[in-house]
Design a protein around this ligand. Structure first.
Ligand SMILES: [Zn+2]
Length: 166
């Protein structure tokens, strides 16, 4: 079967892609490379501005607060909170096992909630995820070069699947 003959938007096409192990991987560029290099070492690092002391993510060439170009990559704890999330039940990305949760994660070190890491929430049921849920990072080794920072329920998370009320 050639690549062209796989229909990404059908269940059969999805199964074919899964069989081939085809999943899109991040392609680091100049701006994002430090994030991915740290992740490969199982560290979570985001940009912090030397001038005003604010974190930001996704990375930019300049501080979004004060415009300074003096940005440092700082390791953070990986403890965070769910800012927002969606549940993908509709085959939005080929070859992923759906349904799954895509969330925007606000690190505890960040003073502003515009600092958000996009990741999956794993190791819990879909219905467990809620806005404000405490989460913590872990790393999925996906290739020789790429480890994905992902998140799972952290201390204090209330899981409905365990009968707890958030
Ligand atoms: Zn700044």
């Amino acid at each position: 079967m050639t690549k062209e003959s796989v229909h990404y938007d059908t269940t059969a096409g999805q199964e074919e892609l899964r069989k081939r192990g085809l999943q899109p991987l991040p392609k680091p560029d100049e701006l994002t490379a430090p994030y991915w290099q740290a992740a490969r070492q199982h560290q979570l690092k985001i940009q912090c501005c030397d001038a005003c002391g604010e974190f930001q993510h996704p990375p930019k060439a300049e501080c979004e607060r004060c415009g300074s170009a003096n940005l440092e990559w700082q390791e953070i704890s990986g403890k965070a909170e769910v800012y927002s999330f969606v549940i993908d039940r509709r085959l939005m990305i080929p070859s992923f096992e759906e349904p799954y949760v895509v969330a925007q994660i606000n690190p505890v070190e960040a003073r502003r909630n515009t600092v958000r890491i996009t990741a999956n929430i794993c190791d819990c049921e879909l219905e467990d995820v809620y806005i404000g849920m405490p989460v913590e990072v872990f790393f999925e080794d996906r290739s020789e070069d790429i480890s994905l920072p992902q998140f799972r329920p952290g201390p204090g998370a209330k899981l409905k699947s365990r009968g707890e009320t958030p």
